[in-house]
Design a protein. Sequence first.
Length: 317
Amino acid sequence: MREEGYVAADTLARIKASAKKLGYRPNRAARGLKMGRLQEIVLVIWSIEAMGEASELYMGKIRALDSILRKAGLPLTIRIEGEGGSVDFPEKLVEDLETDRPAGVAFFSTDLRILQKVIQRLETAEIATVVLDELGKGNFDNIMVDRGAGIKEALQHLYETGKRRIYFVGPDDAANRLQGYEEGISELGLKPYYHYLSHVGKCELLFQQGRHAARNLMNLENPPDAVITYSDPVALGMLDIFKENNLKIPEQIAIVGFDDKQAAVLCHPRLTTIAHPNVELGMAAGEVLLKKIRREKPPEGGWSRLIPAKLVIREST
């Protein structure tokens, strides 16, 4: 009934027809008793506060993960852990998972040290795990967005449109983005330019920092002809100031955001931005979990994957 290739197609069709006629439904609880684990996948989100304004990005990944698991007959259960973004070790969570023994557990990123300890406990209990887009380096299977690849694609696009003074506007600890920027700038034979943001926070703060950065860059003796920003709110703040000062976009200055949030298509001009591969990441996480549950041998280099972000070209460039 699970279509794992052990039964001939015509035989399986007859069995399914008979099951439908008799009103048979598989009992996941009974199957779980036989196998000694729940027939479900648990997705751990580290508090609503941690999810916060990244909910657009979360939901795309969750939908894709749920879709691939449902096809395998494994429902997805979401557990929201912690309060107020707490990073205390979640002993109760680990004990519940060790007791319930789900088929697998997926995690969104949190404090790296805690994540490492939780996964180590679960892997010891032979519970398959995977992490969705943890930026830190840990000893676990991680499906991560290659933000640098998207930055490099944006640089190539800006170069082809004639831009040469291309600034990176963001925090100085955005390692993956900065690596992509520096590599891309070097490959194009251009000089790197930076305007660092002092603090990364909620959308409103990022928007205001974008406005402040735009004012500073406009007052330079040789202002940029393009900017690649840390996030869409930063880009939108910069766009706001440039329009206030009657700069022509993209002729005088081109703007690239990051995240491809809904607001990117609600502004004028619409924002060129770098999109997270949410569907690909969610599906890859599901595929890795299913293979680990089936005890398949990991490929050379392990189960972790790096999926490139993609440039979405609109009117701001």
